[in-house]
Ligand binder design. Structure first.
Ligand code: BGC
Length: 750
């Protein structure tokens, strides 16, 4: 029998969204356009330029109020006091000549007060529905303080865990970044932007920012056009189609051209190809940073280049407001360019309903509500990735009477919130230690000995206490990882091993002979091969947010069952980076036995025969592949059937298979669909993710599942830089991760 669970229908829908490339994004509705034009006609050049200026809230209310009166501020960043927001709106609406409201903005990245898992953790859920719900909650909380524009989602896919901002991404895959980005946009923007709880979203950072050389933040990228189009553009194109209200340019220069001055991406692609009618903002001072790049000689030239390239609003550096008037006089910037920029800004303000009512009702009791906390917990549970579970040590059995809770992340209320957490408060965080005591303290004895105070701590003086605690316990749970400040913007790393003496702590605990469960909380994949070997079980959480503690406690005791999968490949060692599943096929792909460095005889003669593309000291594969994650239960795939063996490019392939829960727990499996295009006019990835579903099964239950794959989804930008499906042979896989699965072949004909 074919059963369509909710997740399946939802995912089919997502596939459909991904598949259809809508025609031109429609112009805003007529009435809004008329209002924009009417207002624009009344504006002086200075007032227009004022709209293009975004200022950081300095705390100097008088100065800001004065500038608003003069019409010199289009948007204010980082103001979170609703009373003051209302006061400034009143000044704009009553005392400025044209009564244009100011747009209040803030980075609300993974929650406002109630903090959800970092975006990388949200991606691990493979659940766009829960990501959308989290963004909705963030919007409700943030808008209650007057914030109507957030700088999220970040859809910069990244294949480099050294890059600190991988924490803020949805991982390495274009489809995943597209689907999760769309979900966040829907959540932030709600049903309509004019709803007072809607906040405008911002797809950032356009484009390529996650490919920074050596994973160093802000560094140059070298992404050729075909790779941009096949890999880095799709999440942004999906955001544009999802009517994401704004776009932000990235800091990096790609092949020598900083995004802030790149008319190819901002005009040819965003406006002409994607027909985007939203607003484009610089990143923080990225216009004037073009001087440091050596791309502009001064602030005036930076303003001209940015505006002429297609930027509409400048974040904080003030070069637009200081130079655009002169640049228009000198005919270096046309009035049409200014008008177009201002149209995009005004259109957004009209769509947000700010002209009707910019005020926020105060006070509103919408922060940290029970519903919000419960959703944050559910998201954290779904984000947990079980990397190892030898002898089914998890979930902890009824026989466990005493647990030793060890490690610097067991009770780290600030750090478990993760990066980009301006407004979440650590006194609201529920840590694993608290949660274990509160939720399970009546059944078990919890002995807490952290051993180390924080993740970088090298002081082993308290190790003996942690070891003594382990000896008294039936099981040891070690909480290790990264403090939140070790990932995020400007926090890149060259070494991805556990910091401080954490690795030694794991070894010391393992040597007690007690079953060791290691829980990692981090902002990126870490190179933890040794610690995985030493532990009986490993549960990986990308910083899980406010409710991480109760989520982990319930996972440890089996009240919740892990279902998360890796949204990014885990390297064995940093030298493997970039290591990602969808790499192109080389002429010498690794096959057969790995010949590792210690297998090479002394004074072996030089030969390249039989040698393949791999590292002699790391072997063929990563530590964990993309899409990997275990469950307490077990799943079996069978009976893969395709609706046809030959299809044409307008057909849709139906992929049918069976999934059974062969274990003892009710659990969710994330089933994944990958496709390989065997021969292309350019070399193609070994496989690409084309769909995924979350499927819940009771023990013993089995379901027939379906993926529908429109053949047009196999299109790529080919040698002629055309997006086409090239006829030929394909293989698809359905399975539990990017390396395992049932496979079948099909052919696409003209
Ligand atoms: C970041 C952006 C962020 C902006 C405003 C910049 O440094 O790159 O992602 O939205 O600051 O805080």
């Amino acid at each position: 029998m074919i059963k369509f669970g909710k997740p399946l229908s939802m995912c089919l829908c997502l596939l459909a969204v991904w598949a259809c490339v809508p025609k031109a994004a429609k112009e805003g509705d007529k009435e809004t356009e008329n209002r924009v034009e009417a207002l624009l006609a009344k504006m002086t050049l200075q007032e227009k330029i004022g709209q293009m200026n975004q200022m950081n809230y300095s705390g100097n209310v008088e100065e800001i109020a004065g500038l608003i009166k003069e019409g010199k501020i289009g948007s204010l960043l980082n103001l979170t006091d609703p009373e003051l927001v209302n006061k400034l709106h009143e000044i704009a609406l009553k005392e400025s000549r044209l009564k244009i409201p100011v747009l209040i903005s803030r980075d609300v990245i993974h929650g406002y007060k109630t903090i959800f898992p970092i975006p990388l953790g949200q991606a691990a859920t493979f659940n766009p529905e829960i990501v959308e719900q989290g963004a909705r909650i963030a919007a409700v909380e943030a808008s209650s303080d007057g914030i109507r524009w957030t700088f999220a989602p970040m859809v910069d896919l990244s294949r480099d865990p050294r890059w600190g901002r991988i924490a803020e991404s949805f991982g390495e895959d274009p489809l995943m970044n597209a689907v999760m980005g769309e979900a966040m946009i829907r959540g932030f923007q709600g049903e309509k932007l004019s709803d007072p709880s809607a906040i405008a979203a911002c797809a950032k950072h356009f484009v390529g920012y996650g490919a920074a050389e050596a994973g160093k933040d802000y560094n140059s990228t070298f992404i050729p056009e075909r790779l941009l189009r096949n890999v880095y553009f799709p999440p942004f194109e999906a955001a544009a189609k999802a009517k994401c209200a704004t776009f932000m340019v990235s800091f990096n220069d790609n092949d020598g051209v900083p995004s802030t001055g790149n008319s190819f991406i901002l005009k040819d692609i965003l406006r002409d190809e994607w027909k985007y009618d939203g607003m484009v903002v610089t990143d923080w001072a990225s216009a004037t940073e073009m001087i440091a790049h050596g791309f502009c000689k001064d602030r005036k030239q930076a303003a001209a280049i940015a505006v002429n390239a297609g930027v509409n609003m400048e974040m904080v550096s003030g070069a637009f407001i200081e130079s655009l008037e002169a640049l228009v006089d000198e005919k270096k910037v046309s009035i049409t360019t200014i008008d177009d920029a201002v149209r995009n800004i005004l259109r957004l303000k009209f769509r947000l309903g700010l002209f009707e009512n910019p005020y926020v009702a105060t006070p509103q009791a919408v922060k940290y509500t029970e519903v919000h906390l419960e959703k944050a917990k559910e998201t954290a549970e779904q984000s947990a990735i079980l990397l190892k579970n030898a002898d089914n040590v998890l979930p902890l059995s009824e026989k466990v009477r005493t647990i030793a809770v060890v490690g610097p992340m067991a009770d780290a209320p600030h750090d478990q919130l993760g990066t980009w957490c301006f407004d979440g408060e650590k006194n609201q965080t529920q840590t694993p230690l608290n949660a274990l005591r509160k939720l399970y303290g009546d059944k078990i004895r919890v002995i807490y000995e952290p051993g180390l105070m924080y993740s970088r701590d090298n002081n082993k003086a308290a190790f003996h206490k942690a070891i003594a605690a382990a000896r008294q316990a039936d099981v040891v749970v070690a909480f290790v990882g990264e403090e939140s400040i070790l990932s995020g913007e400007a926090h890149s790393l060259a070494d991805l091993s556990l910091r401080g003496a954490q690795s030694d702590l794991i070894t010391a605990l393992a040597q007690t002979g007690k079953p060791l469960v290691t829980v990692v909380m981090a902002g990126r994949p870490l190179t933890i091969g040794k610690e995985v070997d030493e532990s009986a079980a490993v549960l990986y959480m990308f910083h899980p947010g406010t409710m991480g503690g109760p989520a982990i406690a319930d996972l440890l005791f089996g009240k919740a069952v892990p279902s998360g999968k890796t949204p990014v490949t885990f390297p064995k060692m940093v030298g493997q980076v970039p290591v990602y599943y969808a790499h192109n096929r080389t002429g010498r792909a690794p096959t057969g036995e790995e010949t590792l460095i210690d297998n090479i005889p002394l004074e072996a003669g030089q030969t390249s025969l039989g040698c393949t593309s791999f590292h002699m000291d790391a072997g063929f594969g990563p530590l964990f592949p993309f899409g990997y994650g275990l469950s307490y239960t077990a799943f079996a795939y069978s009976n893969l059937k395709l609706s046809a063996a030959k299809l044409n490019t307008r057909d849709t392939l139906t992929v049918r298979f069976e999934l059974a829960n062969t274990g003892k727990y009710t659990g969710v499996e994330i089933v994944q669909l990958y496709v390989r295009d065997h021969v292309g006019s350019v070399t193609r990835p070994v496989k690409e993710l084309k769909g995924f579903q979350r499927v819940s099964l009771e023990p013993g239950e089995h379901k027939t599942l379906i993926f529908t794959l429109p053949i047009e989804n196999l299109a790529f930008w080919n040698r002629d830089m055309k997006k086409v499906v090239e006829p030929g042979d394909f293989t698809l896989w359905v399975g539990t991760n990017s390396e395992e699965g049932l496979s079948a072949d099909f052919e696409v004909i003209e």
